[in-house]
Design a protein around this ligand. Structure first.
Ligand code: GDP
Length: 312
C-alpha cells in the first residue's frame, strides 16, 4: 500500500476553456521526467485527439500522477452546469483544489460556482493563473479579482491565504511570480505537495467507502469510483452495501483498481485516503456506502444537497 503521507487528492476546478485539460496533459507529460527509473510518458492528448478535432476537449475523470515519491490524484469536475451535484460530491473526496483561472479572462461564472463549492467544504485552494503566455495577460488584476471573489464567498482565513502559481499549460512553464517563470511544471508540483494535506484517515479502522462517480465497462459492468474514507478494502472481499434509502445488501469486491496516469491498474488492497474503482457490485449507485459486514456501523449515507443548476 502506498505511504499515506505521500498521497495528495485534489480536484481541478475552472471555468470552461481556462485550460484544465491542457494543464493536466502537461503535468502528466512532465511527471515522467521526475522519475528515477523508466519514464512512462502518457498524455491525455493522445486519447483526446479526436475530441480536439471536433473542438471539444475531455479530461479523464481521474488522473494519477507520480511526482518524485508522491502520488497525486487529480479528479476532474464538470466544466458546464453541474447536474446532480457532481461538483459537491467530488469536493467531499479530495483534500484540496487547483482553481485554474485564465490570466486574461479572469473570474467567470463557473469559476465562482466551483469555488463556492470548494470553500463550503473547507478545502484550501491553490490558485493557478493560467495561460500566462497570452500577450494580453493581466495577472495582477486577475489575482485581485480572485481575492475579491474569495471575500465575496466568505472564505475563511486559511483559504484567503491561497498560494498562487503562474503557469502556461500550453508552454509547460510555471513559477511563483509572473516575472520568474521556469520552463517546467515543477513549481506547481512542489506547491501541490507542500500546500495540500495528505489524507489523515486511518487504514486500521472498519472499512467505509462512498461511491462518488460511476463508470461503465462492457466486461466489468458498473464501476464505482470514490475514496476509501476509512479502513482497508481487498480484492475478493465480502462487503455490505447500503443504498440511499438505508437498505443493506451483501456483495463482493470482484476487482479493485487504482489509477496510474490515465489508466486503471488492478490493486490487491487499498487503504483510507486512496481514490479507487471497485467493480463487481451490480446496480451500485452514487451516494451508496460500502463497509465491512462485521462492522455495519461504518455504513452511512453520503449527504448530498439537492441537484443544483445555477451558475452564479
Ligand atoms: P478546458 O476546457 O479548461 O479543459 O481547456 P483546454 O485545456 O481544452 O483549453 C482551452 C483552449 O485554451 C484551447 O484552445 C487551448 O489550446 C487553449 N489553452 C490552454 N492552455 C493554454 C495556455 O497555457 N496558453 C494559451 N495561450 N492557450 C491555452
Amino acid at each position: 500500500m502506498h505511504n499515506r503521507e505521500k498521497i495528495r487528492n485534489i480536484a481541478i476546478i475552472a471555468h470552461v476553456d481556462h485550460g484544465k485539460t491542457t494543464l493536466v496533459d502537461r503535468l502528466l507529460q512532465q511527471s515522467g521526467q521526475f522519475r528515477d527509473n523508466e519514464a512512462i510518458q502518457e498524455r491525455a492528448m493522445d486519447s483526446n485527439d479526436l475530441e480536439r478535432e471536433r473542438g471539444i476537449t475531455i479530461l479523464a475523470k481521474n488522473t494519477a500522477i507520480s511526482y518524485k515519491d508522491h502520488l497525486i490524484n487529480i479528479v476532474d469536475t464538470p466544466g458546464h452546469a453541474d447536474f446532480g451535484g457532481e461538483v459537491e460530491r467530488i469536493m467531499k473526496m479530495v483534500d484540496g483544489v487547483l482553481l485554474v483561472v485564465d490570466a486574461f479572462e479572469g473570474c467567470m461564472p463557473q469559476t465562482k460556482f466551483v469555488l463556492r463549492k470548494a470553500l463550503e467544504q473547507k478545502l484550501t485552494p491553490i490558485v493557478v493563473v493560467n495561460k500566462i503566455d497570452r500577450p494580453n495577460a493581466r495577472p495582477e488584476e486577475v489575482i485581485d479579482e480572485v481575492l475579491e471573489l474569495f471575500i465575496e464567498l466568505e472564505a475563511n482565513d486559511d483559504q484567503l491565504e491561497f498560494p498562487v502559481v503562474y503557469a502556461s499549460g500550453l508552454q509547460g512553464i510555471s513559477g511563483l511570480s509572473p516575472s520568474e517563470l521556469q520552463s517546467t511544471m515543477e513549481p506547481l508540483f512542489d506547491k501541490i505537495v507542500e500546500h495540500i494535506p495528505a489524507p489523515t484517515e486511518n487504514p486500521e479502522e472498519p472499512l467505509q467507502f462512498q461511491v462518488t462517480l460511476l463508470d461503465y465497462n462492457e466486461y466489468l459492468g458498473r464501476i464505482a469510483i470514490g475514496r476509501v474514507n476509512r479502513g482497508t478494502v481487498r480484492q475478493g472481499q465480502s462487503v455490505a452495501v447500503m443504498n440511499r434509502d438505508g437498505q443493506t445488501k451483501q456483495a463482493r469486491v470482484e476487482k479493485l483498481f487504482g489509477f496510474q496516469g490515465l489508466k486503471r491498474v488492478e490493486m490487491e488492497e487499498a487503504g483510507a485516503g486512496d481514490i479507487i474503482a471497485i467493480a463487481g457490485i451490480k446496480e451500485i449507485n452514487i451516494g451508496e456506502t460500502i463497509a465491512d459486514p462485521q462492522h455495519p456501523e461504518a455504513l452511512e449515507v453520503l449527504k448530498i444537497d439537492e441537484p443544483t443548476m445555477q451558475m452564479t
